[in-house]
Design a binder for this molecule. Structure first.
Ligand code: FEO
Length: 401
């Protein structure tokens, strides 16, 4: 049965929710599910903005059919070719063979890569700044390369101030009945997932996000319609401000994220003593066991906090496996502008600290504190001074005592 949500008099959400997916894109846990958003504009011409993943195809087609009523589908705008938004594209064309597909040249190439149906006879290729009028509404197209694929573009409906922003401004989590961000307590219940979504999916491409934010700033955006999560109609500037911060790799708050890898609890014990010292100094600290926490949660925390501490046992003469995966992920996501401290452990040849530092030095503007702690098997009483010195150095780098 169809399940529609009205966005404006002319625009209807026709997407679907998946709460059974274990790993989004095969790598990100989505314990609260995910939504695949598609929007239908009913103007003199009818326009569908993107399709959906195969997981929600049934309800999607029921939604489109219901929302269209007895009207035909004139246009499909394709903003992004990742299959969570394009898997059902071919079926849509089979159901609505007269539909004209609006996309850019890179998207056209990708449609041909993913599908074999005849696209050339039904495509309208647009480029930066092109405008398509659908009657009352006027759509302008903006290219958004590498946010987060090269072909991505966005559409701006000047009439109602709607930005169809592709993956940007999306969020993990299924829509549980509400469609607007202001209907829920987004800050407390969803911002963490929005951050995790941004950091892991788009985080690598800060410069490209900055370019898009510049384009957006010139428009009067009154509604933000992403491909995942809520539609924004209030406090858009606050969400944009988060994107400004994340895309410039500016910490959201002063605090320490400690990620540790500990086989028998001794590295964990050392990390806990440091955390205790930091809290004694009034410094907010969060801790993650990298073998238990999902990497995407730790990457999100690394985007949030100003200071990062990595504590790892040595394993096969390297970093511990899950620590290595985390460090590589952080480097690959282009994180910058953080202060880092390192604790290493090793019962005969501790080397994990040196290896962690060597990787993180690939990131821009990472300050690695000189105060390192290297333990053999367990932290000894006479090394407590080293932990205290590390806590002092972190505090000093924050301008505290
Ligand atoms: Fe939601 Fe990049 O696809």
């Amino acid at each position: 049965m169809y399940c529609l949500k009205k966005i404006t008099d002319d625009l209807t959400w026709v997407g679907g929710n998946d709460r059974r997916l274990a790993m989004f894109e095969g790598v990100y846990s989505v314990p609260d599910g995910v939504s695949y958003n598609s929007y239908l504009l009913l103007d003199e011409k009818t326009v569908l903005f993107d399709t959906v993943d195969k997981a929600v195809s049934r309800v999607f087609f029921e939604n489109v059919t219901q929302a269209l009523g007895d009207r035909k589908l004139d246009y499909l705008v394709v903003h992004h070719m990742e299959p969570d938004h394009s898997f059902t594209l071919e079926e849509l064309v089979l159901r609505y063979p007269d539909v004209k597909i609006i996309c850019n040249a890179k998207i056209l190439t990708m449609i041909k890569q993913f599908f074999d149906f005849d696209i050339d006879s039904r495509v309208l290729v647009v480029k930066e700044g092109d405008i398509v009028s659908t009657g009352k509404h006027e759509l302008t197209f903006f290219m958004a390369p590498m946010v987060h694929w090269p072909e991505v573009m966005m559409s701006y409906d000047k009439t109602d101030g709607i930005l169809f922003s592709a993956d940007a401004f999306g969020c993990f989590g299924a829509l549980n009945g509400a469609i607007f961000a202001d209907e829920v307590d987004f800050e407390h219940n969803y911002m963490q997932e929005a951050r995790r979504y941004y950091a892991n999916i788009i985080g690598k491409y800060g410069q490209q996000v900055q370019a898009v934010l510049k384009k957006i700033s010139a428009q009067d955006v009154r509604l933000l319609c992403p491909l995942h999560g809520f539609v924004w109609r209030k406090d858009i500037e606050k969400y944009v401000e988060k994107y400004e911060r994340w895309s410039t790799y500016t910490p959201e708050e002063e605090g320490v994220m400690i990620a540790y890898a500990s086989v028998y609890g001794n590295t964990e014990n050392t990390a806990e003593i440091l955390a205790s010292r930091l809290w004694d100094k009034g410094i907010k600290t969060v801790m993650f066991d990298v073998s238990v926490a999902h990497t995407s949660d730790i990457v999100a925390a690394a985007f949030r906090y100003s200071h990062l501490v990595f504590a790892s046992t040595t394993y096969n003469n390297g970093m511990f496996i899950s620590m290595e995966a985390l460090i590589f992920d952080i480097v690959n996501h282009n994180l910058q502008n953080r202060t880092v401290a390192v604790i290493e452990n090793g019962s005969w040849a501790p080397v994990s600290g040196k290896l962690i530092c060597a990787e993180l030095e690939k990131c821009k503007n990472m300050t690695i504190l000189e105060q390192k702690v290297s333990i053999k098997s367990t932290l000894k009483k006479d090394q407590l001074a080293e932990i205290n010195a590390m806590a002092d150095a972190i505090a000093q780098s924050m301008g505290r005592q």
